[in-house]
Design a protein around this ligand. Sequence first.
Ligand code: ZN
Length: 350
Amino acid sequence: MARRMRRVAALLLALALPAQAATVGSTDGVPVVDRLVVADLPAGQLSRFWFRAGETAIAQDWRVPVIVIRGARPGPRLLVTAGIHGDELNGIAVIHRLAARVDPAALAGTLVLVPGLNTPGLLASTREFPDGSNLNRTMPGAESGAADRYARALWTGLLRPNADAAVDLHTQSRGTAYVLYAFASTPRTRRMAELVGPDVIKMDTGEKGTVENELTRDGVPAITFELGRPESFDEATIGRALAGLENLMAEMAMLPGPVRATAPLVTNRIVAVRASRAGWMTLLAPLGSDVAKGQAIATIADAFGRVVETIVAPQAGRINTIATDPRRDAGDMAVRIVWWDPDPKCALGC
Ligand SMILES: [Zn+2]
């Protein structure tokens, strides 16, 4: 009986949805949709959806969770996404907490929150989609290939139609760590990157197929915000990212309150510093530290602990990435160093 009542309630909920949210069913009262237009949702309210990003190879749905907070007052639509790489998790906690903190009655505009874009990658703890594709090089997708179709469903039914600005949350990959780090490519996205309060901004001409760059090229200013390390919920990082997003929302007049000043290091150049010998790496300069050209930044030891290489900084700058896995093959990255190149043609990235 209870199950039947739940089913009836779910059906009524689905029928109550506006026609623009193309409902195909519901799970535990959460509507399943394959198209979403947030402007048609009720104002002053939080709504949850399962977005159906096509079918798996066993003819079941790929589902992606979506939270929409439509403010009581009109304003811009801010899209915040996480987990397009399935081992990058901090952004998921950031979105869950943002959804719990923002009061729809106090919000101007709409928050469109996607806590986990790459469903199979998150399940398998892999950066990639199951066919080996990098979903964050696959946007806006295409009609051929599983990852292309999945990306196309997300792009056309969820992401592109519902964003006036966007922040795509990531972390570094397995075995490595970032400082809090934002990518931007235009004056407006540089400003957005400053507002979210990272340690370092990288002005970057971008890569084809990323959420950030495809949205920005299509007229929706977007940044990639890198939140430290993979495969964990890190409290300090999550707290900083939340404060940063709320600061961006204050500047966009979505939330009341003053806009906080931030002081990230803005850079436009990067170099990967690599081990030339295989072995056990010990870092001598911590993540986030400033290094001088020629400074020793790591040693490589052989199987008996004898140092066989001292790696030095080829360039002055800040260490924005480290390898956290001490096992290094010859040619593996030890750290990356970023810096600012004053050449005017590099102002928005080289
Ligand atoms: Zn990523």
